[in-house]
Design a protein around this ligand. Structure first.
Ligand code: GLA
Length: 331
Protein backbone atom coordinates (compact mmCIF):
# COMPACT_ATOMS: atom_id res chain seq x y z
CA UNK A 1 0.00 0.00 0.00
CA UNK A 2 2.68 2.47 1.01
CA UNK A 3 4.59 1.47 -2.15
CA UNK A 4 1.73 2.70 -4.32
CA UNK A 5 1.48 6.06 -2.65
CA UNK A 6 1.69 8.86 -5.20
CA UNK A 7 4.76 10.89 -4.32
CA UNK A 8 4.72 14.66 -3.96
CA UNK A 9 7.30 15.15 -6.68
CA UNK A 10 5.40 12.92 -9.11
CA UNK A 11 2.09 14.56 -8.36
CA UNK A 12 3.65 17.95 -9.14
CA UNK A 13 6.02 17.01 -11.96
CA UNK A 14 4.09 19.14 -14.47
CA UNK A 15 3.79 22.05 -12.06
CA UNK A 16 6.89 23.01 -10.06
CA UNK A 17 9.74 21.56 -8.07
CA UNK A 18 8.87 20.23 -4.63
CA UNK A 19 11.48 21.10 -2.06
CA UNK A 20 12.26 20.45 1.58
CA UNK A 21 14.54 22.15 4.11
CA UNK A 22 17.14 19.77 5.51
CA UNK A 23 20.18 19.50 7.72
CA UNK A 24 22.73 16.69 7.98
CA UNK A 25 20.72 15.11 10.84
CA UNK A 26 17.41 14.99 8.99
CA UNK A 27 19.11 13.64 5.87
CA UNK A 28 20.01 10.60 7.95
CA UNK A 29 16.88 10.24 10.02
CA UNK A 30 14.38 11.04 7.27
CA UNK A 31 16.40 9.77 4.34
CA UNK A 32 13.73 7.60 2.79
CA UNK A 33 10.99 10.16 3.08
CA UNK A 34 13.18 12.89 1.60
CA UNK A 35 14.38 10.75 -1.29
CA UNK A 36 10.89 9.56 -2.11
CA UNK A 37 8.96 12.79 -2.15
CA UNK A 38 11.22 15.73 -2.93
CA UNK A 39 13.34 16.89 -5.86
CA UNK A 40 14.75 20.12 -4.43
CA UNK A 41 16.63 20.78 -1.19
CA UNK A 42 17.28 23.90 0.85
CA UNK A 43 19.78 23.90 3.71
CA UNK A 44 17.72 24.88 6.75
CA UNK A 45 20.76 26.54 8.33
CA UNK A 46 24.01 25.33 6.87
CA UNK A 47 24.41 27.81 4.02
CA UNK A 48 23.82 30.90 6.11
CA UNK A 49 26.78 33.27 6.51
CA UNK A 50 27.60 32.24 10.11
CA UNK A 51 27.85 28.60 9.02
CA UNK A 52 29.86 29.15 5.85
CA UNK A 53 32.25 31.87 6.98
CA UNK A 54 32.34 32.05 10.81
CA UNK A 55 35.58 34.03 10.68
CA UNK A 56 36.87 36.19 7.91
CA UNK A 57 38.49 33.99 5.27
CA UNK A 58 37.71 30.79 7.19
CA UNK A 59 35.16 28.91 5.14
CA UNK A 60 33.50 25.83 6.62
CA UNK A 61 31.77 23.85 3.95
CA UNK A 62 31.69 20.34 5.41
CA UNK A 63 28.00 20.28 6.36
CA UNK A 64 26.88 22.26 3.34
CA UNK A 65 28.91 19.91 1.13
CA UNK A 66 27.13 16.90 2.64
CA UNK A 67 23.80 18.36 1.66
CA UNK A 68 24.94 19.14 -1.89
CA UNK A 69 26.46 15.67 -2.22
CA UNK A 70 23.18 14.11 -1.08
CA UNK A 71 21.30 16.16 -3.66
CA UNK A 72 23.69 15.05 -6.37
CA UNK A 73 23.44 11.38 -5.48
CA UNK A 74 19.67 11.54 -5.47
CA UNK A 75 19.22 13.61 -8.57
CA UNK A 76 17.85 16.63 -6.79
CA UNK A 77 18.38 20.33 -7.34
CA UNK A 78 19.32 22.89 -4.68
CA UNK A 79 17.90 26.27 -3.64
CA UNK A 80 20.55 28.36 -1.93
CA UNK A 81 19.64 30.10 1.32
CA UNK A 82 20.90 32.75 2.05
CA UNK A 83 23.61 35.25 1.04
CA UNK A 84 22.65 38.42 2.88
CA UNK A 85 20.62 38.51 6.10
CA UNK A 86 20.62 40.51 9.34
CA UNK A 87 20.46 37.28 11.38
CA UNK A 88 22.91 34.40 11.63
CA UNK A 89 25.63 36.61 10.20
CA UNK A 90 28.83 37.01 12.20
CA UNK A 91 29.86 40.37 13.66
CA UNK A 92 33.18 40.46 11.83
CA UNK A 93 31.37 41.30 8.57
CA UNK A 94 30.62 44.69 10.10
CA UNK A 95 33.85 45.48 11.97
CA UNK A 96 37.22 46.92 11.10
CA UNK A 97 39.27 46.20 14.18
CA UNK A 98 37.39 48.00 16.95
CA UNK A 99 35.72 50.35 14.54
CA UNK A 100 32.71 49.90 12.36
CA UNK A 101 33.61 48.72 8.86
CA UNK A 102 33.41 51.22 5.99
CA UNK A 103 30.92 50.87 3.16
CA UNK A 104 33.74 49.73 0.85
CA UNK A 105 34.94 47.07 3.26
CA UNK A 106 31.43 45.68 3.88
CA UNK A 107 30.78 45.51 0.14
CA UNK A 108 34.12 43.87 -0.51
CA UNK A 109 33.36 41.22 2.10
CA UNK A 110 29.95 40.58 0.66
CA UNK A 111 31.53 40.16 -2.76
CA UNK A 112 34.18 37.75 -1.50
CA UNK A 113 31.54 35.75 0.35
CA UNK A 114 29.47 35.46 -2.82
CA UNK A 115 32.46 34.61 -5.00
CA UNK A 116 33.55 31.78 -2.76
CA UNK A 117 30.08 30.39 -2.03
CA UNK A 118 28.57 30.74 -5.49
CA UNK A 119 31.85 29.66 -7.04
CA UNK A 120 31.92 26.43 -5.07
CA UNK A 121 28.39 25.47 -5.92
CA UNK A 122 27.19 26.14 -9.39
CA UNK A 123 25.57 23.32 -11.40
CA UNK A 124 23.45 21.92 -8.63
CA UNK A 125 21.77 25.22 -7.79
CA UNK A 126 18.87 26.73 -9.71
CA UNK A 127 18.24 29.63 -7.33
CA UNK A 128 19.65 31.59 -4.39
CA UNK A 129 18.03 33.84 -1.83
CA UNK A 130 20.26 36.86 -2.30
CA UNK A 131 18.57 38.97 0.38
CA UNK A 132 16.43 37.65 3.20
CA UNK A 133 13.94 39.70 5.22
CA UNK A 134 15.14 43.25 4.62
CA UNK A 135 11.69 44.87 4.65
CA UNK A 136 10.38 46.36 7.91
CA UNK A 137 7.02 44.81 8.92
CA UNK A 138 5.18 47.96 10.03
CA UNK A 139 5.30 51.72 9.74
CA UNK A 140 6.69 54.08 7.15
CA UNK A 141 10.24 52.78 6.84
CA UNK A 142 10.68 50.42 3.92
CA UNK A 143 13.92 48.81 5.06
CA UNK A 144 14.46 47.40 8.54
CA UNK A 145 17.40 48.56 10.61
CA UNK A 146 20.42 46.32 10.16
CA UNK A 147 24.18 46.71 10.08
CA UNK A 148 24.06 46.15 6.32
CA UNK A 149 21.80 49.16 5.94
CA UNK A 150 23.57 51.44 8.38
CA UNK A 151 27.04 50.67 7.01
CA UNK A 152 26.43 50.46 3.28
CA UNK A 153 23.36 52.68 2.99
CA UNK A 154 19.91 52.07 1.51
CA UNK A 155 21.34 50.86 -1.80
CA UNK A 156 22.78 47.73 -0.15
CA UNK A 157 19.97 45.55 -1.49
CA UNK A 158 20.61 46.72 -5.03
CA UNK A 159 24.35 46.21 -4.57
CA UNK A 160 23.81 42.68 -3.28
CA UNK A 161 21.82 41.68 -6.36
CA UNK A 162 24.34 43.30 -8.70
CA UNK A 163 27.20 41.45 -7.05
CA UNK A 164 25.33 38.14 -7.14
CA UNK A 165 24.57 38.51 -10.86
CA UNK A 166 28.16 39.49 -11.58
CA UNK A 167 29.44 36.43 -9.76
CA UNK A 168 26.88 34.02 -11.20
CA UNK A 169 24.95 35.08 -14.30
CA UNK A 170 22.88 31.89 -14.57
CA UNK A 171 20.90 31.57 -11.42
CA UNK A 172 17.46 32.82 -10.40
CA UNK A 173 18.13 35.56 -7.85
CA UNK A 174 15.50 35.87 -5.13
CA UNK A 175 14.27 38.36 -2.61
CA UNK A 176 12.77 36.26 0.23
CA UNK A 177 10.52 37.36 3.10
CA UNK A 178 7.86 36.36 5.68
CA UNK A 179 4.42 37.90 6.32
CA UNK A 180 4.55 38.25 2.55
CA UNK A 181 0.78 37.73 2.26
CA UNK A 182 -0.24 40.32 4.87
CA UNK A 183 -1.46 43.37 2.93
CA UNK A 184 0.73 45.93 4.71
CA UNK A 185 3.97 43.95 4.37
CA UNK A 186 3.01 42.76 0.88
CA UNK A 187 2.69 46.33 -0.35
CA UNK A 188 6.03 47.25 1.19
CA UNK A 189 7.77 44.26 -0.37
CA UNK A 190 6.15 45.13 -3.69
CA UNK A 191 7.28 48.76 -3.43
CA UNK A 192 10.82 47.78 -2.56
CA UNK A 193 11.12 45.23 -5.36
CA UNK A 194 9.55 47.55 -7.89
CA UNK A 195 12.00 50.25 -6.85
CA UNK A 196 14.85 47.84 -7.48
CA UNK A 197 13.51 46.88 -10.89
CA UNK A 198 13.03 50.53 -11.86
CA UNK A 199 16.72 51.04 -11.16
CA UNK A 200 17.60 48.11 -13.40
CA UNK A 201 18.58 45.80 -10.53
CA UNK A 202 19.05 42.17 -11.59
CA UNK A 203 16.39 40.65 -9.34
CA UNK A 204 14.52 37.70 -10.89
CA UNK A 205 12.12 36.45 -8.30
CA UNK A 206 10.26 36.81 -5.02
CA UNK A 207 10.25 34.08 -2.39
CA UNK A 208 7.11 33.77 -0.28
CA UNK A 209 8.27 32.12 2.92
CA UNK A 210 4.72 30.94 3.68
CA UNK A 211 4.99 30.36 7.42
CA UNK A 212 1.22 30.14 7.60
CA UNK A 213 -1.46 28.97 10.02
CA UNK A 214 -4.95 27.49 10.19
CA UNK A 215 -6.61 30.90 9.87
CA UNK A 216 -4.03 33.40 8.83
CA UNK A 217 -3.33 34.58 6.19
CA UNK A 218 -6.63 34.35 4.36
CA UNK A 219 -6.70 32.58 1.03
CA UNK A 220 -7.77 35.81 -0.65
CA UNK A 221 -4.76 37.65 0.72
CA UNK A 222 -2.43 34.90 -0.47
CA UNK A 223 -3.93 35.12 -3.93
CA UNK A 224 -3.58 38.90 -3.95
CA UNK A 225 0.06 38.62 -2.87
CA UNK A 226 0.84 36.11 -5.62
CA UNK A 227 -0.84 38.32 -8.20
CA UNK A 228 0.84 41.47 -7.01
CA UNK A 229 4.36 40.01 -7.04
CA UNK A 230 3.73 38.24 -10.34
CA UNK A 231 2.53 41.52 -11.87
CA UNK A 232 6.16 42.67 -11.67
CA UNK A 233 6.99 40.00 -14.24
CA UNK A 234 9.06 38.07 -11.71
CA UNK A 235 9.17 34.38 -10.93
CA UNK A 236 7.90 33.23 -7.57
CA UNK A 237 8.65 30.40 -5.17
CA UNK A 238 7.07 29.27 -1.96
CA UNK A 239 10.26 28.92 0.03
CA UNK A 240 9.65 27.90 3.67
CA UNK A 241 6.14 26.54 3.89
CA UNK A 242 4.58 25.21 7.08
CA UNK A 243 1.05 25.40 8.48
CA UNK A 244 1.17 25.87 12.24
CA UNK A 245 -1.74 24.42 14.23
CA UNK A 246 -1.58 27.40 16.61
CA UNK A 247 -2.45 30.98 15.78
CA UNK A 248 0.62 33.17 16.27
CA UNK A 249 -0.57 34.69 19.56
CA UNK A 250 -1.94 31.39 20.95
CA UNK A 251 0.43 30.35 23.73
CA UNK A 252 -1.39 27.16 24.85
CA UNK A 253 0.95 24.36 25.86
CA UNK A 254 -1.49 21.65 26.99
CA UNK A 255 -1.49 19.43 23.89
CA UNK A 256 0.58 16.28 23.42
CA UNK A 257 -1.25 15.42 20.19
CA UNK A 258 -2.94 17.69 17.67
CA UNK A 259 -6.74 17.66 17.93
CA UNK A 260 -8.73 16.05 15.15
CA UNK A 261 -10.26 19.39 14.38
CA UNK A 262 -6.79 20.89 13.87
CA UNK A 263 -5.81 18.12 11.48
CA UNK A 264 -9.01 18.51 9.47
CA UNK A 265 -8.60 22.24 9.23
CA UNK A 266 -4.96 21.85 8.30
CA UNK A 267 -5.83 19.40 5.51
CA UNK A 268 -8.39 21.82 4.17
CA UNK A 269 -5.85 24.67 4.23
CA UNK A 270 -3.10 22.66 2.55
CA UNK A 271 -5.62 21.60 -0.07
CA UNK A 272 -6.57 25.22 -0.78
CA UNK A 273 -2.97 26.41 -0.83
CA UNK A 274 -1.76 23.80 -3.27
CA UNK A 275 -4.73 24.27 -5.52
CA UNK A 276 -3.88 27.98 -5.63
CA UNK A 277 -0.24 27.14 -6.42
CA UNK A 278 -1.37 24.90 -9.27
CA UNK A 279 -3.45 27.73 -10.63
CA UNK A 280 -0.37 29.96 -10.70
CA UNK A 281 2.07 27.31 -11.90
CA UNK A 282 3.16 29.55 -14.80
CA UNK A 283 4.82 31.80 -12.23
CA UNK A 284 5.95 29.33 -9.58
CA UNK A 285 9.41 27.79 -9.81
CA UNK A 286 9.29 25.67 -6.66
CA UNK A 287 7.34 24.98 -3.50
CA UNK A 288 9.54 24.11 -0.51
CA UNK A 289 8.26 22.69 2.76
CA UNK A 290 10.29 23.90 5.75
CA UNK A 291 10.62 20.39 7.21
CA UNK A 292 10.08 16.85 6.00
CA UNK A 293 7.60 15.86 8.71
CA UNK A 294 6.14 16.61 12.15
CA UNK A 295 9.02 14.65 13.69
CA UNK A 296 11.29 17.69 13.59
CA UNK A 297 10.63 21.29 12.66
CA UNK A 298 11.57 24.73 13.96
CA UNK A 299 8.02 25.45 15.20
CA UNK A 300 8.65 23.01 18.06
CA UNK A 301 10.53 25.93 19.58
CA UNK A 302 8.93 29.00 18.08
CA UNK A 303 7.25 31.18 19.18
CA UNK A 304 6.74 29.09 22.35
CA UNK A 305 9.92 27.32 23.44
CA UNK A 306 9.60 23.57 23.77
CA UNK A 307 5.99 23.38 22.56
CA UNK A 308 5.34 20.67 19.99
CA UNK A 309 3.67 21.69 16.74
CA UNK A 310 2.37 19.54 13.86
CA UNK A 311 2.73 21.74 10.77
CA UNK A 312 3.86 19.41 7.99
CA UNK A 313 2.39 16.91 5.51
CA UNK A 314 3.79 13.81 7.26
CA UNK A 315 3.31 12.88 10.91
CA UNK A 316 5.83 12.24 13.69
CA UNK A 317 6.37 8.72 12.30
CA UNK A 318 6.87 10.11 8.81
CA UNK A 319 3.54 8.68 7.71
CA UNK A 320 1.30 10.67 5.33
CA UNK A 321 -1.33 12.84 6.99
CA UNK A 322 -4.72 13.77 5.59
CA UNK A 323 -3.02 17.01 4.45
CA UNK A 324 -0.70 14.93 2.23
CA UNK A 325 -3.58 12.98 0.69
CA UNK A 326 -5.41 16.19 -0.08
CA UNK A 327 -2.50 17.89 -1.85
CA UNK A 328 -1.72 14.82 -3.95
CA UNK A 329 -5.28 13.93 -4.97
CA UNK A 330 -6.44 16.35 -7.60
CA UNK A 331 -7.48 16.27 -11.32
C1 GLA B 1 13.37 32.57 8.59
C2 GLA B 1 14.63 32.25 7.80
C3 GLA B 1 14.89 30.79 7.78
C4 GLA B 1 14.72 30.16 9.13
C5 GLA B 1 13.36 30.47 9.65
C6 GLA B 1 13.13 29.74 10.94
O1 GLA B 1 12.22 32.36 7.90
O2 GLA B 1 14.56 32.69 6.46
O3 GLA B 1 16.19 30.57 7.35
O4 GLA B 1 15.70 30.63 10.02
O5 GLA B 1 13.26 31.85 9.79
O6 GLA B 1 13.45 28.38 10.81
Amino acid sequence: MTDKLLTLKDAYKDYFKIGVAVNPGTLERDDELIRTHFNSLTAENHMKPEELQPEEGVFTFDKADKIVEYAKQNNMMMRGHTLLWHNQTPEWFFKDGDKEASRELALERLKTHMEVVLGRYSDQFYAWDVCNEVVEDHGEELLRESPWKSIIGDDYVQKAFELAREVNPNMTLYYNDYNESHPEKRDKIYTMVKGLLDKGTPIDAVGLQAHWGLEDPTLDNIRLAIEKYASLGLKLSVTEMDVSVFNFDDKRTDLTEPTQEMMEKQAERYDQFFSLFREYKEHIESVTLWAASDRYNWLNDFPVRGRKNWPMLFDTNNQPKESFHRVTSFN
